[in-house]
Design a protein around this ligand. Structure first.
Ligand code: SAH
Length: 365
């Protein structure tokens, strides 16, 4: 039996035993099942993989984030031991580019130890190769809770979107959790729980609470935002970059992607990436409730412009061959602009920080 057939079999057996399962549980099995999960079994990134991310598009992305981290370290009062944490580092490209850019700030490089939080053994192997030459100490963890306490800079690009979402559908008698079941013909299908979630409407922002019947609301458990908030509130900062919305809103954003094309999330579980947009308002509110200050979110294009991506692109072009010049221009456009393939507006950047820390680069004013 191939990998997806065995995961499909396992999910069918589960549904036969317990009935339809929440969308979030279905997605969690697809992505991080310890044997057959999408992230566990493969390196999904890059031209040969299923999707491409900002650090894979251009070295400029990781470099600017490295320099942002150095400025944040100064704003923190230059602690002499700092954990530079990345959540879901993919191929390790962002960290490699960041560390290279930090050659210009040797005091920060000396103060930092890198901690990578990665669930995928396959990607951990790639990260070890990518970072082999970077001459800093690197530790791997499966969960943020394993990273030792202390002054911290947390980075995350396209990490939150990979945390499974719950979905609820508004009906006349309340909000019903959306589930995945099996049809008489044996296919996976979406449905809703017969009973509404008790008092669910009361915890929702007003705009969402009064959405038309049939609307879908998506949420993630607050545990990651709580953990990030708790860690940064005392000598820490975090930079969360992802696609999503600044304010909580309704809408079904669950999407599956395989080989650079949209796919059906209910077909071939474990073989395609399944994500959903990030609700930055919810993330910020949860981190704030733990004592963190929220900065932004800014649109990614604006954030990168404020960090000087224009000058960095010009500098790269000045020494590049013509083909490489065109590549830098294309990457610059893709990272900063809107439009079908542009990441500049859909992607948002939110910082969370110790409230005692002054303005952070790109977020001041
Ligand atoms: N940040 C990288 C990769 C984004 S893909 C980039 O921008 O290119 C999402 C990453 O998060 C992958 O490395 C994936 O293996 C990891 N991941 C997904 N769910 C995770 C979880 N629950 N815990 C830890 N890592 C996870």
């Amino acid at each position: 039996m191939d990998a997806h057939a065995s995961l499909e079999f396992e999910i069918r057996r589960l549904i036969a035993a317990v009935g339809p399962i929440p969308v979030s549980q279905y997605v969690a099995l697809c992505l991080t099942h310890p044997v057959h999960g999408y992230y566990v079994t493969r390196d999904p990134l890059g031209a040969a993989g299923d999707f491409i991310t900002a650090p894979e598009i251009s070295q400029m992305f990781g470099e600017l984030i490295g320099l942002w981290s150095a400025a944040a370290w100064k704003a923190m009062g230059v602690p002499e031991n700092v954990r530079l944490v990345e959540l879901g580092p993919g191929r390790g490209t962002l960290m490699r580019d960041a560390l290279r850019a930090l050659n210009v700030t040797p005091a920060f490089r000396k103060a930092l130890v890198v901690h990578l939080v990665e669930v995928s053994p396959a990607l951990e192997r790639v990260q070890r190769e990518t970072l082999a030459g970077s001459a800093v100490m690197v530790h791997w963890h499966r969960d943020l809770s394993e990273v030792p306490a202390g002054p911290v800079i947390i980075l995350a690009n396209e990490f939150i979107d990979a945390i499974p979402v719950h979905q609820a559908v508004r009906q006349e008698d309340g909000w019903h959790e959306r589930v995945v079941g099996v049809t008489a013909a044996g296919n996976f299908t979406f449905g809703v729980r017969p009973e509404p979630i008790p008092h669910f409407g009361r915890v929702l922002p007003k705009s969402v609470r009064e959405a038309p019947f049939g609307s879908i609301f998506e949420w993630r458990p607050d545990s990651l935002a709580f953990e990030v908030g708790r860690r940064v509130r005392d000598k820490g900062v975090a930079l969360m970059i992802d696609y999503g919305h600044t304010e909580s809103e309704v809408g079904d954003t669950l999407q599956a992607v395989g080989q650079h094309a949209f796919a059906d999330p209910l077909i071939a579980p474990g073989m395609v990436d399944i994500t959903a947009h990030v609700d930055f308002q919810a993330f910020g509110t949860a981190a704030e409730s733990m004592g963190a200050a929220v900065h932004g979110p800014l649109e990614q294009g604006e954030f990168l412009m404020r960090l000087g991506i224009e000058a960095r692109a010009e500098a790269l072009k000045a020494t590049a061959l013509p083909a490489k010049k065109t590549e830098v221009e294309a990457a610059y456009a893709r990272l900063t602009q809107s439009g079908r393939t542009g990441m500049g507006r859909l992607f948002k950047v939110m910082a969370l920080a110790d409230p005692a820390i002054g303005p952070l680069p790109a977020f001041e004013g």
